[in-house]
Ligand binder design. Sequence first.
Ligand code: DX5
Ligand code: ZN
Length: 201
Amino acid sequence: GPSVLDCDKANLRQEVQRTIDAGADYVHLDVMDGHFVPAISFGPSVITNLRRCFPDILFDCHMMVAKPETQVDAIAEANATDENGRSITQFTFHIETTEPRGLTQSVIDQVKAAGLRVGLALNPATPIETVLKYSDQVDMVLVMTVVPGLGGQSFMEDMMPKVSTVRKKHEDKDIEVDGGLKPATIDIAAKAGANMIVSGS
Ligand code: DX5
Ligand code: ZN
């Protein structure tokens, strides 16, 4: 799942097409709000525009935003379904933004009610136990392998025990890794149990 965060964003449509032509199984779209992370990338309206160009591919919307609950409806506008009627738009939010406010469960419920797939992400500093409370209910767990915020950082191999822990609990769950994935590190993540690999820079 290529991340287009570091692509030529003035040519986003062509850049997404380029990843698909190169064999992408899905596209990872990094939404940054300038609060949860310092940078601002692009928002749901851009994703809705992209959806009109790409009606068939899974969009994994990685919501690096402080208040994900305010963005669910806007991302739902970019929703589409596969031939079996299943959503191909995923709303992946950070547990650090909801757990301290007691909102993790309600955001999971809200995302599902909006008809989207739900992903739950955790930062390197967050223990995996925090996520295990909810992992039964989500389509995907995203184990960050860098501190979120920018591309081009080094892969944190010490996050692999988190991946293995989730894989031991859930044989079939989608487990994504994001940050520093490249030919030298992909196999390490895959062996630990990750099946969705994001790569940006
Ligand atoms: C970082 C983003 C990533 C980023 C990864 O905060 O979540 O998706 O694009 O870039 P690389 O692959 O360069 O680490
Ligand atoms: Zn990402």
